[in-house]
Ligand binder design. Structure first.
Ligand code: IPE
Ligand code: IPE
Ligand code: MG
Ligand code: MG
Ligand code: MG
Length: 294
């Protein structure tokens, strides 16, 4: 029988944490940088992106050791994105993952450098993985660069900034969310399935799935910024209102945002079925992403 989703998540959370410790603890790098990188990596993120990557791989193959470094690399890029997202020049938040943000616990310059280090080290980690062929490494690195860079997460972050204090259309919001959040989820889903040897047709359906899953994830993040509890979230509520962000609840109201999220969930599940992955944890994760309270 398939273990329940929370057990599945917890199982791989531990595997990913071990991979971080293994990578970083013996690295000969400046102590302050290592402490600052580990501080955010060990702060207790939900690890949903690595779990998503592993689940996507397991929709097609069993042996997960092939994807662990890549999954850890993705969580490093995500963690870097959060460290920079919280900086005073960006969202200016003081709490993340239930602890002081990196720049509050260390200082701004160290936080910027810890982010830079996590981003660049993620690529090194992929190149060091003996279970990947050179061809697989190049494909994965290209995808990670494109999903996290100017045409991916970073592009979305600047659009998000430019949309502060502005009325935006639903189309424009979808673009912002798809880039700032959806692209890293796309990396997780695409790369897991690619390494699992999914067919071109399955990969195309999974890209559509990832697009809607990204929207669901960020709509829920926006809703929780209004209706969530700081103790559960580990980060402040009301940050978006304080920064005059364009969000789904602001555009549609909370009830409208929930309705919109449900429409995205139907589309996401349709694509998942077309990809032949309806019995995998990707299905359970879709519901979890949509209803999570932290
Ligand atoms: C927060 O992501 C940033 C968004 C893209 C909305 P998560 O909610 O996955 O944060 P952690 O990793 O669990 O801290
Ligand atoms: C940021 O979105 C997503 C990233 C690319 C880091 P938010 O600014 O809404 O994320 P939180 O709410 O601070 O986690
Ligand atoms: Mg932000
Ligand atoms: Mg933020
Ligand atoms: Mg948010």
């Amino acid at each position: 029988m398939k273990p329940n989703l929370l057990d599945y998540i917890n199982q791989y959370k531990e595997v990913i944490q071990k991979e971080f410790n293994h990578c970083l603890e013996n690295m000969d790098i400046p102590q302050q940088l290592k402490s600052s990188m580990l501080y955010s990596l060990e702060a207790g993120g939900k690890r949903l992106r690595p779990v998503l990557l592993i689940a996507s791989y397991q929709a097609y193959q069993n042996e997960v050791s092939k994807v662990i470094s890549t999954a850890a690399a993705l969580e490093m890029v995500h963690t870097y994105s959060l460290i920079h997202d919280d900086l005073p020049a960006m969202d200016d938040d003081d709490y993340r993952r239930g602890k002081l943000t990196n720049h509050k616990a260390f200082n701004e310059a160290t936080a910027i450098l810890a982010g830079d280090a996590l981003l660049t080290y993620s690529f090194e980690l992929i190149t060091n993985d003996p279970s990947l062929s050179d061809r697989e490494k190049v494909t994965i690195i290209k995808m990670l660069a494109s999903c996290s860079g100017p045409s991916g997460m970073v592009g979305g972050q600047i659009l998000d900034m430019e949309a502060e204090n502005q009325p935006v259309s639903l189309d424009a919001m979808e673009r912002i969310h798809a880039l700032k959040t959806g692209e890293l989820l796309k990396f997780a889903i695409y790369t897991g399935a690619y390494l699992g040897k999914a067919t071109e047709e399955q990969l195309a359906h999974l890209k559509t799935f990832a697009y809607y899953l990204g929207l669901i994830f960020q709509v829920q993040d926006d809703i929780l910024d209004v209706t969530g509890e700081q103790e559960k979230l580990g980060k402040p509520v009301g940050s978006d209102e304080g920064n005059r962000k364009s969000t789904y609840p602001k555009l549609l109201g909370v009830a409208g945002a929930v309705e919109q999220k449900e429409k995205y969930a139907i589309k996401a599940k349709e694509s998942l079925m077309k990809a032949g992955a309806q019995d995998s944890y990707l299905m359970d994760l879709t519901d979890y992403f949509s209803t999570r309270d932290h």
